[in-house]
Ligand binder design. Structure first.
Ligand code: GLC
Length: 428
């Protein structure tokens, strides 16, 4: 039996190996960039929120890894557009881009005939949190002063381009923009209930065909009359959380009025989540679909994500934890937290519909556990946070750094050597 410090040493050295394996260098305008792909076999490009998670873990390692963390973020920021938008995938290695019109590489990007350089969607805004971690560990003011104006313009873009009804909740234009690709919370947004695999696939990909070929990825037109727009809970919780971190960082560099803007933004998003997405009878948050803002009332871990926010009323915090996280019929499984409540009809511990894999339909994901671990600590539920951390470590000991895990057996599934699963090292 290993004690906890020798366990940590082993985990850390396994994580270092993983990062070495997934490390890539690439050039843009004569400058060299270094980043880590989420996993060498399944995900060969740079992804937005994955890179933010990688940067968080790398900076916690310190030393030379802190430099890698900064480089990872520089690679993302290099592709920021003048309006502030940062893409969710950067196709650095063009030889790996699939040149088939119906492949997601092509459907999620603009060019009709050439290979794309980036996607046309973004991902949950974890950026400010990554910058804060880099700042806290290294105190590199030069880096902060260069990165912050870009981060600020990204967060401003989210409000300007993604919140057409100005209710302070930002909308996504496809499930894939939430990072929760096939989560059953989106079934209802496509008018589906317990769909079969083909129907779900064609609805979700069909919406992307429309976004690309009818709307040319013009976001304002898509949000006005496109096939999918959802004010998603996880995205907005991470948005509010990020705005708070951005405010603290802007204070550090003396940008006081921008800091005030960020803080007001965080408060507005949090209030809107509580007012519009919290369902008192279910005791959980639900995303809102379309102009009618219909509640997508499938209980997933996204419904619990506002726990990461400091200004959530105590009665809501207690309900989320006591009614849901601690319920053995919902989230308190042998390896918590399944992404989908086990009480949902659509819950699948191996993330399948029939025999086909559709990710985010049941298993446990380490990035979600990491967020909720910190949320539980924030609200003083240390025992439960520690339990979640211990179970998450167990998952990695049993199955390695996998993309996701069966919440009953701990068996790993999906990509191997999956980058953000190293977040387990930041659950202390
Ligand atoms: C999958 C996940 C998404 C992640 C990407 C790369 O598409 O749903 O959240 O960013 O893989 O790991």
């Amino acid at each position: 039996m290993l004690n906890s410090s020798s366990e940590t040493i082993l985990l850390r050295s396994a994580a270092e190996k993983l990062f070495k394996l997934n490390r890539r260098t690439a050039k843009l305008d004569g400058k060299e960039y270094v980043f880590h792909c989420p996993s060498s076999d399944k995900y060969p490009f740079q992804w937005f929120w994955d890179s933010c998670f990688h940067a968080i873990v790398l900076s916690s390692f310190g030393g030379e890894y802190l430099d890698l963390a900064k480089k990872e973020i520089e690679g993302l920021l290099a592709w920021q557009r003048p309006d502030g938008f940062i893409p969710h995938v950067i196709f650095w290695d063009q030889s790996k881009v699939k040149n088939v019109p119906w492949h997601w590489n092509r459907l999620e990007s603009k060019p009709i005939f050439q290979k794309p350089k980036t996607s046309e969607m973004t991902q949950p805004p974890v950026l400010a949190l990554a910058l804060e971690k880099i700042w806290q560990t290294g105190g590199d003011r030069d880096f902060l002063e260069k990165a912050l104006p870009q981060a600020l313009s990204y967060y401003r873009w989210l409000f300007e381009a993604c919140d057409p009804d100005k209710d302070s909740l930002i909308s996504i234009i496809a499930p894939f923009e939430s990072g929760l690709d096939w989560s059953p919370e989106f079934d209802g947004a496509f008018g589906l209930k317990k769909p079969n695999g083909s129907t779900l696939y064609f609805k979700a990909r069909g919406a992307q065909v429309i976004n690309k070929y009818i709307f040319g990825y013009d976001r304002s037109r898509i949000l006005r009359s496109g096939p999918f727009s959802v004010e998603e809970v996880l995205v907005n919780a991470i948005f509010a959380h990020g705005l708070d971190a951005l405010g603290r960082l802007l204070d550090e560099v003396g940008a006081l009025s921008d800091a005030e803007w960020a803080r007001r933004g965080a408060a507005a998003v949090t209030d809107a989540l509580i007012k519009k997405c919290y369902d008192v009878s279910a005791g959980a948050f639900f995303s809102l679909s379309g102009k009618a803002e219909s509640k997508l009332n499938v209980l997933t871990a996204a419904s619990l994500m506002p726990l990461i926010l400091k200004n959530i009323p105590e009665n809501i915090v207690n309900t989320l934890i006591d009614k849901h996280i601690l319920s053995p019929g919902e989230f308190f499984l042998p390896f918590p937290l399944p992404f989908v409540s086990a009480a949902e009809e659509t819950f699948s511990p191996e993330s399948c519909i029939g025999r086909r894999q559709f990710i985010w339909r049941g298993p446990t994901w380490i990035n979600i556990n990491w967020f909720l671990f910190h949320g539980l600590k924030l609200h003083g539920r240390d025992d439960l946070a520690d339990h979640l951390a211990a179970k998450t470590r167990k998952l990695v000991e049993l199955s390695g750094f996998r993309e996701y895990y069966n919440p009953y057996t701990g068996e790993g599934h999906g990509a191997k050597n999956f980058g953000w699963s190293t977040l387990v090292l930041d659950m202390v």
